[in-house]
Design a protein around this ligand. Structure first.
Ligand code: ZN
Ligand code: ZN
Length: 257
């Protein structure tokens, strides 16, 4: 398995980071995508990835930070993207549910970073919450038909999923897919094509059903895989292998970096 979205630099792991990574490896996690959200965490993600052969880093600017995205800050992120050290641009996106910035502030930032990714041939990692139409619009126009990437912590329904698949995006399911109320996600999991889905924990957030209220960590992907397997009528092995294959193709990631 590959955890395609985790924030392992957070201080939630300062006390047991190495043990946490070992638990994940013992559980079958063979790769970690450590996702940055601003210049500082992009740097932290890279430092971690350079210390672990089974980890890659990405550089992004989270829509929650859109209200403080000065030209200088955005320029810093663009320089990180241009450095050649990062394997994707993200997380970036639109969040009309939680962000302090309005749509007018979020959209141009998102489009600019999509264009930067497309120009460098890097995949995007997209955070999208209650912003379905605009997310689709930005990916279509700014990506100019060349964008590829992943809808992280997928939150929409099957119909919207088809539209993102048509745009060339992959769909990433997080552990909230296992929650009893997430009927739309359990449907999406059942219908997603075998070669277009990946999995993530978004650690330390969103633990699976059996661990709600606790800190999440990549080892808990096993509960998500079991759930997806039951919904798709496949074995856990098949789900783990397909999602890993898809993640390695998406991030152009060979077995040993
Ligand atoms: Zn996110
Ligand atoms: Zn995240």
């Amino acid at each position: 398995m590959i955890d395609t979205h985790c924030h392992l630099y957070f201080d939630a792991y300062d006390a047991d980071r190495d043990a946490m990574l070992e638990r994940a490896r013992s559980a079958g996690v063979r790769g970690f995508v450590c996702v940055g959200i601003d210049p500082r965490s992009n740097g932290q993600a890279l430092t971690l990835a350079q210390a672990h052969p089974d980890m890659i880093a990405t550089a992004g600017l989270h829509p929650h930070s859109a209200h403080e995205a000065t030209e200088e800050l955005v320029g810093e992120v663009e320089a990180q993207i241009a450095s050649g050290h990062y394997r994707a641009v993200g997380e970036i996106g639109l969040d009309y549910y939680k962000s302090q910035a309005g749509p007018e502030a979020q959209r141009p930032l998102f489009e600019r970073l999509i264009a930067g990714a497309a120009a460098r041939g890097l995949p995007v990692i997209v955070h999208s919450r209650e912003a379905l139409e605009d997310t689709r619009g930005c990916l279509t126009t700014a990506g100019n038909g060349r964008v590829r990437g992943v809808m992280h912590c997928y939150s929409y329904d099957v119909r919207a999923m088809r539209a993102f698949l048509d745009l060339g995006m992959h769909i990433s399911f997080a552990c909230n897919t296992t929650y009893p109320k997430a009927v739309h996600l359990s449907e999406a999991v059942a219908y997603v094509p075998e070669d277009r889905f990946v999995i993530e924990t978004d650690s330390p957030y969103l633990p699976p059903r059996s661990l709600r209220g606790q800190r999440n960590e990549p080892a808990h992907l096993t509960e998500l895989v079991a759930f997806i397997a039951s919904r798709r009528g496949q074995s856990e092995q098949e789900v783990a292998e397909a999602s890993e294959r898809n993640a390695r193709r998406l991030f152009a990631w060979e077995r040993s970096k």
